[in-house]
Write a protein that binds this ligand. Structure first.
Ligand SMILES: Cc1ncc(COP(=O)(O)O)c(C=O)c1O
Length: 371
């Protein structure tokens, strides 16, 4: 089958780019003596997770229990949830911990105590890491707060828990305006984790950091044991904007079709917000619009004269800046989306392609597992 035979919109993964992205990240992390534990939220596919593990990844991360259950069913044996699980999920957590090496984060002493009690009642110990807020200001304990070291000591001493170490996610790196700023964020992240570990006096077997933009700098940071990038498998327009990828690295594209040309300066594609999603790009350069339309179906360069200006659920409204375009109704286009992780969550299947040829069909088995 060729890509022209696919129904549109369709999500394509360029097989050679995927493999190259996986190889490169694994090689960089291994060369520095660190462990790679990719976040599977990007691909949500046990087959891609197996490719990562075959290259040397120690396991995977998932965002939600539902995702972890899909990967455990598929035979992935080491799963970490860098997500603040609530004890209401005790049964599912114990069931997962029975069949795979399972760990998760806590960022609250009361919740940690509740997990410890649950584990003791079940005659178990649960593996946890403490989430540290290194500047993204989502979840995590404040490493600069006076009580942070004592929180680490108290959680580490809970009898139902096996304390593994500290974990962070520098999501604020996506807003950085230069490589130097991304590097400074990666340095500060590692410094905060090392500082807290040392002040607490508790042995931290793991200092786990993870985000695709910071990965190339985090591999050089003293004390970091594990990296958890996810997006690097596919990359996207956001990663190009923040400087962690080139257009040639972007493995995931949306194949769409021109369905209307209602005005000379306007084209409509069949890929709306249900495909491209409404995630915006932060970072540097040209960040306007809902994805980069490629100059050619088989090219890598974006056509800067086309701006995906507006999305309805099933339509992308594209403005032709130059006033003319080669595109006619029925033509295929390829789009590098702003954020590939959310795009793969929109489809049951992505298509592995080698140029023009569709080589395989990849079920996105953990898509939509949001509980
Ligand atoms: C806790 C955590 N770890 C790792 C990652 C992976 O980061 P990235 O998407 O930059 O690869 C994420 C992404 O949201 C995350 O939330």
């Amino acid at each position: 089958m060729r890509i022209d035979d696919l129904q549109t919109p369709a999500v394509l993964i360029e097989s050679s780019r995927l493999k190259r992205n996986l190889d490169r990240m694994q090689a960089a992390v291994t060369a520095r003596g660190r462990r790679l534990r990719p976040h599977a939220k990007t691909h949500k596919s046990p087959l891609v997770a197996e490719m990562q593990i075959a290259r040397g990844a120690v396991g995977i991360c998932c965002a939600k229990l539902g995702e972890a259950e899909v990967f455990a069913d598929a035979g992935i044996m080491d799963i970490r949830l860098p997500y603040p699980l609530n004890p209401v999920n005790a049964d599912r957590v114990l069931a997962l911990a029975d069949r795979v090496a399972f760990s998760f984060i806590v960022d609250d002493e009361g919740v940690a105590r509740a997990w410890s009690d649950i584990a003791r009642r079940a005659g178990r110990r649960l593996d946890v890491l403490i989430k540290v807020d290194v500047g993204f200001h989502r979840c995590g304990i404040d490493p600069n707060a006076g009580d942070a070291p004592s929180i680490v000591r108290e959680v580490a001493a809970l009898p139902g828990l096996r304390f593994k170490g500290l974990l962070s996610h520098a999501g604020h790196a996506y807003g950085a305006s230069s490589d130097a700023e991304v590097e400074a964020i990666a340095c500060a992240e590692a410094r905060m984790l090392r500082g807290l570990a040392s002040l607490s006096g508790v042995v931290c077997e793991e200092l786990s950091v993870g985000a695709t933009p910071t990965a190339r700098f985090s591999i050089h940071q003293e004390g970091v044991t594990e990296l958890r990038p996810g997006n690097y498998a596919y990359y996207d327009r956001m990663q190009v904007a923040v400087g962690s990828a080139t257009w040639d690295d972007c493995a995931l594209t949306v194949l769409a079709r021109v369905v209307s040309r209602p005005a000379t300066d306007r084209i409509i594609f069949d890929s709306g917000s249900k495909t491209l999603t409404s995630d915006a790009v932060k970072g540097r350069g040209n960040t306007a619009g809902h994805g980069a339309v490629l100059e050619e179906v088989h090219g890598s360069r974006p056509d800067d004269s086309l701006l995906i200006e507006r999305l309805s659920e099933e339509h992308a409204t594209v403005r032709i800046a130059s006033g003319t375009s080669r595109l006619a109704i029925g033509d295929l286009v390829r789009i590098i989306p702003n954020h590939s992780c959310v795009v793969s969550n929109m489809v049951d299947t992505v298509w592995l392609v080698d140029g023009d040829v569709v080589v395989d069909r990849l079920p996105v088995a953990a898509r939509g597992r949001i509980t």
